[in-house]
Write a protein that binds this ligand. Structure first.
Ligand SMILES: Cc1cc2nc3c(=O)[nH]c(=O)nc-3n(C[C@H](O)[C@H](O)[C@H](O)COP(=O)(O)O)c2cc1C
Length: 160
């Protein structure tokens, strides 16, 4: 199975889960970075405002070609109850994704709002079918059972 694991992570938590998926399922780990990095202050001011508005940051890499992959995994931190502007940028940058399956996850302090719903809608608008979604909060981000469920969902989404 070829898996493309796309994520944004500001403080490392989302990266940690993405790395667990990669360790269990293989594939390509693709960390997106906003071209203009956020400071602690601008993350909570500009970043949250842009997240609330559903805006997409210009990111590196500029283009994400999912053509080679069987399954797309997409992970985001929650900012102001929404996906981050960088992950919105990642969805905009996705190419050759029509007809692919995706498993999505969000990590948050405890209030994810409608983060996964927003991602699901944006991916579905690009022809991607979201087959499973997970939200981790600060209490269950190290929950091995939940991580195993995420890994199982990714494996189940691949060719059988
Ligand atoms: C700018 C900013 C906004 C945040 N907004 C929320 C929020 O609305 N709800 C929530 O539960 N956690 C919020 N958090 C906490 C993060 O979602 C949480 O710590 C997440 O796991 C961080 O992932 P990361 O380490 O991959 O960046 C916020 C954190 C930051 C830095």
């Amino acid at each position: 199975m070829k898996t493309c694991i796309i994520f944004h992570s500001y403080t490392g938590i989302t990266r940690g889960i993405a790395e667990r998926v990669k360790a269990a399922c293989g594939g390509e780990l693709l960390e997106v970075q906003p071209r203009q990095a956020y400071s602690k202050l601008t993350a909570y001011t500009t970043g949250c405002l842009r997240a609330r508005r559903g805006e997409a940051d210009p990111i590196d890499p500029e283009i994400i070609d999912a053509g080679f992959s069987d399954v797309i995994v997409l992970g985001t931190p929650v900012w102001a109850f929404k996906p981050t502007p960088a992950i919105n940028g990642a969805i905009s940058a996705l190419q050759n994704c029509d007809g692919k399956k995706a498993v999505i996850f969000a990590t948050c302090g405890g209030q994810a709002g409608d983060t996964t719903t927003v991602i699901k809608k944006a991916l579905e608008a690009k022809g991607v079918k979201v087959v499973a979604e997970f939200t981790f909060n600060k209490n269950d981000v190290t929950d091995e059972k939940k991580i195993a469920e995420l890994v199982a969902a990714v494996k189940a989404a691949g060719p059988q």
